[in-house]
Structures are given as C-alpha cells and as structure tokens.
Design a protein around this ligand. Sequence first.
Ligand SMILES: [Zn+2]
Length: 392
Amino acid sequence: MVDVSQLPVVDIHAHPFLNPGPLTPEQFVDLTAFGGGSPEYMEQGGVDVTSEVVEELQRVKRETVYFKRLVLDLAAFFDVEPTVEAVVGARNAAIESGYTDYVRRLYADAGITSIVFDFGIPLPILDIGEVSGQLPIDVVPIYRIEPLIADLLKTDLGWDEFSRAYDDAISDALTNDGYRGVKSIIAYRTGLDVSPLSRTKDQGLLALDAIRRGLGGGSMKKLRDHLICRAMELCMDHDVPMQIHTGMGDFEVNLVMCRPSYLMDLLRFPTFRGCRVILVHTGYPYHREAAYIANVLPRVYVEVSEGIPFASTAAWDIYDGVLAMAPVNKICYGSDGYKTPEIIYSSAKLGKQALADTLNLHVERRMMTAPDAQSAAAAILAGNSSELYRIG
Ligand SMILES: [Zn+2]
C-alpha cells in the first residue's frame, strides 16, 4: 500500500497572503470559496444587495462539496464539531495565540514544506519578505507578466523602450528580486491560440503602434502573443520554468480558449522546445488533453491545482486522467490556495488521499509495482516541483 502520511508536500501553485486575523464565519466563507459570487458582481448586474441576497451568496458557497470537505479537514485538525462556526472559532483562537505557530502546526500536519507563490495576485504585489516572514515554510516566488504589461501600457513608451523595459523587468525580477520563475494568464486575456511566429520583433512593433494610435482590431492579442513568446525566451536564458494558465479559473476566464490544445503550435515550435513549461491546473476540465501534451512534448509538465481542491471529488478523476499519459516525473501537486492558510492545508490532505487511492488502484490492476507507486507519490507531491524550482 502506498503510504503518503509522512511524505513532504511542495505546493507548486498558490497566491500569497498575510495574516488575515480573526474572521467571522461569513468572512471565512467568502475568503475560502472559489472565485466569483461577490456582492459587487450582483450589484453590477443591477441586483439590490439586500441581506437576503448576501445570505443567498453565502449559501452558494457553503453548499459546495469542496467547502464541506474543507470544514471536515479543519474540524479533524482542531478536534471540534464539523460546522463552520466551530472551525472558525477554533482557528481564530489558534491565530490569537500566534499566527505563524498556528500555520506551522497546520502545515506540519499535512507535510507542506514549500509553496510556489504567484505574486501577480493580489495586487498591489505583496512584499516577498513580509510574506515569508509570516509563513513557517519555504516561499518560492514567481513573476506574473500581465501586471507588468498593464503598467507598460499606461506609459507612452515607444516600441524600443517598451520592449527593453519589459525584458529588463523580467530579468531583474529573476536576477535580483528573488523570483524563481515566470507565469502568464494569457488564457484570461486573449486566449491560448498563440502563433509561434508572434515572436518576431516586428509583430510587437506593429501591435504597439496600432494600440498607441487607438486602433482596435486584434492588436492587443498580437502584442500579448509577442510578449508571451519573449517571456519564454527569457525563461530559457535564465533557465527557469514558465507556468501558463490553462483550463478553468474564476468566472472571467475564457473557458473555450483555455484548452491546452490551443498551445500546441507554440509549444512544439523549435525555438520553444527548450523551455520548461508547466500547464497550470493541468487544463482541467481538459486534463486528459494536457496529459497527452506532457507525454509527447519532452519539456511540458502538468500541475493539478485548482481542480484539487475546488473540483472536490474530481481529485480522483484528475489523477487518474493525468496518470494515464503524463510521465510520472512531469506531474506536480498544487492547490491554487489564496487569502488564508486553510485552503492550502485542506487541498494537501485531499491531494494526498486521492493520489494514494489512485496509485493503489494502479498497483492492484498491475499497472505498476508497489515500490513504483510509492516513489511516484513522492515525486508528484514534492520531488518533481523541487527539481523544477531547485528547492532544497
Ligand atoms: Zn492561481
């Protein structure tokens, strides 16, 4: 039997947060729920945010299987009743007697040792030192290109300066500011159908010129496509991995244009074959597609975050679907936790349980040996990510 209880966990995908302090049950629900469903969202739709509407939004969040599982995990940790009120009371008391110490006990219980944080959310960017000062684990920051692009578009820089400032900011982040990799969420903006020919400088010049002259059309897509190509080239120069968002996200994602398959032309183009690319969320619900790509393209990896934990029972299906084709050494565990330490904790518990079950089934079906399954668990939970980000 695969034993994951003592295995360390490297979470390859989360967003940084500072001590949120004591919370009401309602605040806790809002902070730990999957993205979307805010009062502002309803307001923008012309809905009066009455107390009934606030209650309706709370119900939507509390009634997901993901949330029920989160409450169960925390209830077991604190040894209290599995109710929102009981676990929030217990975590508030724990935080009051020392936040960092609370997170230390919480993360030790799940074996979490390192977390790769995308500092592109929340904005303004949190201070890396302050975040790592509060967290009793190894903090590995990665740099998101979209806030940089937004900042540069606010300037009146011409193409040469724009392009140089873009390169310099990324190189500087990787060389001097402690960032250990790059990330793009282009799927949220203009989609994953990026032509590898976008890498030519002239495409950037053409697109920025059109944007500056107020021409719409496809110029923004052309610019973003060029800039993601450039980011991948910089990743190769600095020998760091590139994370690309694929699959589901918050309600703003383009769920049609986020299929990993759209990336194939870019990923297999000779110029980019040397780049280590991690397909974020393993493209869930298109995870089988991402696993296929990780099989046929040697430097493409997948990470299982967000599907685990937010798609709750899909955790088993995700591991099963991904293991069908992705090489074991290219599957990484992640959570996509944010805002509070508890999502990351519950995700690691679920991630370990589903992985152990899936690998045990593989042994039972004679798809691999028991020692193979045990070392696969260690690799997926920590080893592969440690290698990619040179942790430990
Ligand atoms: Zn994320």
